[in-house]
Design a binder for this molecule. Structure first.
Ligand code: AMP
Length: 249
C-alpha cells in the first residue's frame, strides 16, 4: 500500500510574523520557512507504518514555489521514499490544493493519505476535508492514534468531548493532531540519503487543475496591542473589578 503525505512549506513556528505595511498579507521576505509541524507528524506516522510493514511506499507532495523542494527533502530525510512538487508561483488556497491532491490520488492510487490537521500559516483546517469530499473517500480528522489491520483503519480522534474511535475502509484520508506521535530528529546521514531520492516536478496544468483563487483577501492587520495590567491589593477588590468594570462575573 502506498501512502501520500502532503507537506506544506510555512513560516517557521518560532518566527514572530509581521504584517506587510500595505495590509495585503504577511511579510515572508527573509523569513525562516519550515515544514508545517502537523505535516512532520504525518510523515513520521507514514514512515512508522512502513517500518511496521503495513506500507510499501511513502510519497511526499508539496504544492507551491520551487523552494518547497527543501520541504520535500526534509520529508525524505525523515523517511519518505520520493517526492512530488506541484510547482506554482502563486499562493494556493485550500480548494486548489485539494484539487491538485485529488488528481495525484487518481494517478498514484494510494491506500492512505495523511495530511496535517491544519497549516500554521493560514490555520484553515480545510484541505483534508475537501480532498476527502472531492475524492469520495472516508475521512478521520484530528487523529491521535492510527492502526491499520486487515484492510481496515482504526483511528482515535480528538474531539471536544474527549476521544472518538472510528473504523474506516481503505483508501481513506486522515489528518493528524499533535498527540499522534513525536517526529524523529533528522540525522545528517539521512539528509545526505534524501538528496539522492527521486523528486518529480509537475505543474498544475499537467494535472488538469485550475488553481485560480476563489477567495479574495481584503485586508490583513496586526491584532490589537494588549494593554498593561494592574495590581489589586486584595481579592475583594479583584472580585469587585471583575463584576463592575470587566462585567465578566
Ligand atoms: P490547511 O487546510 O491549509 O489548514 O492545511 C491542512 C493540511 O493540508 C496541511 O497540514 C498539509 O498537510 C496540507 N496542505 C495544505 N496546503 C498545502 C500545500 N500547499 N502543499 C502541500 N500540502 C498542503
Amino acid at each position: 500500500m502506498k501512502v501520500l503525505v502532503p507537506v506544506k512549506r510555512v513560516v517557521d513556528y518560532n518566527v514572530k510574523v509581521r504584517v506587510k505595511s500595505d495590509g495585503t498579507g504577511v511579510d515572508i521576505a527573509n523569513v525562516k520557512m519550515s515544514m508545517n509541524p502537523f505535516d512532520e507528524i504525518a510523515v513520521e506516522e507514514a514512515v512508522r507504518l512502513k517500518e511496521k510493514g503495513v506500507v510499501t511506499e511513502v510519497i511526499a507532495v508539496s504544492c507551491g514555489v520551487t523552494q518547497c523542494q527543501e520541504t520535500l527533502r526534509t520529508a525524505m530525510a525523515i523517511g519518505a521514499d520520493r517526492g512530488i512538487l506541484v510547482e506554482c508561483a502563486d499562493e494556493l488556497q485550500p480548494l486548489a490544493v485539494a484539487k491538485l491532491l485529488k488528481a495525484l490520488v487518481d494517478k498514484e492510487q494510494p491506500g492512505l493519505i495523511i495530511l496535517g490537521k491544519q497549516a500554521i500559516d493560514d490555520d484553515c483546517n480545510q484541505t483534508g476535508q475537501m480532498l476527502a469530499a472531492l475524492a469520495g473517500l472516508p475521512q478521520a480528522t484530528f487523529a491521535s492514534k492510527v492502526e491499520v489491520a486487515d484492510g481496515k483503519l482504526t483511528c482515535t480522534r480528538e474531539i471536544d468531548g474527549g476521544l472518538e474511535t472510528l473504523s474506516l475502509s481503505l483508501p481513506a484520508v486522515i489528518t493528524t493532531d499533535l498527540r499522534l506521535n513525536e517526529p524523529r530528529y533528522v540525522t545528517l546521514p539521512n539528509i545526505m540519503k534524501a538528496k539522492k531520492k527521486t523528486l518529480d516536478v509537475v505543474k498544475p496544468a499537467d494535472l488538469g487543475v485550475d488553481v485560480t483563487p476563489r477567495i479574495k483577501t481584503l485586508n490583513v492587520s496586526e491584532p490589537p496591542k494588549r494593554g498593561a495590567g494592574i495590581k489589586v491589593p486584595d481579592v475583594a477588590t479583584l472580585v469587585a473589578k471583575l463584576k463592575n468594570e470587566a462585567k465578566v462575573i
